[in-house]
Design a protein around this ligand. Structure first.
Ligand SMILES: [Zn+2]
Length: 186
């Protein structure tokens, strides 16, 4: 299987940055200047108000704050490809709970995830192409619900986390915006 990253991607819709010239980062920096001009220091503590950490896929179609009714300062959002609970997610959750007072964990995977259908062949082909084996697993999956259960299990059984009694997992449907809760026991 060819490595998807090396395949030509279909053309993206033309963005405002394309039309205005300059790179996408230039556009972000300009947007930040407008943001900062209207910004007032909310005087917040670093500890999340709702004492919750949300672990989710990095997918561009998931606006976590809007989808969950979250406000600035409410939660930690920890994202990676797939929303998979890796060692680095455990690292962030450990700091979130032990140093910054969170107690609940919400896991969000989603329909149409880029990791669905990838296999560990991706990793083997990557190693062959660059001549070096990555230290990480791709964490590809075929069964979305089962992957959420595995992530919940990794959080619940982590020896580093003091709060594992409120860990819930969901699948976000990118076409309806709705969450579907996954029963950890199924
Ligand atoms: Zn995804």
């Amino acid at each position: 299987m060819p490595i998807p990253a090396s395949q030509p991607l279909p053309p993206s819709p033309e963005s405002a940055a394309d039309r205005a010239g300059g790179t996408v980062t230039d556009r972000l920096v300009e947007a930040n200047q407008r943001y900062a001009a209207a910004f007032t220091d909310p005087g917040m503590d670093a500890r999340p108000v709702l004492k919750v950490a949300v672990v989710a896929c990095m997918d561009a179609r998931i606006d976590l704050h809007a989808a969950l009714g979250l406000e600035l300062g409410d939660c930690h959002t920890i994202r990676n490809a797939g929303g998979v609970v890796t060692d680095d997610i455990i690292r962030s959750l450990t700091i979130s709970q032990r140093a910054l007072g969170t107690r609940s964990v919400v896991l969000i995977h989603h329909t149409g995830c880029g990791l669905l259908g990838l296999t560990e062949d991706f990793r083997h082909e990557l190693a062959a192409e660059v001549g070096q084996r990555p230290t990480w697993a791709v964490e590809a999956f075929k069964d979305l619900d089962e992957d959420v259960r595995q992530s919940m299990q990794r959080v619940r059984t982590s020896p580093f986390l003091p709060h594992t009694d409120d860990v819930r997992g969901f699948v976000f449907d990118v076409t309806t915006g709705l969450l579907r809760e996954i029963d950890p026991r199924s």
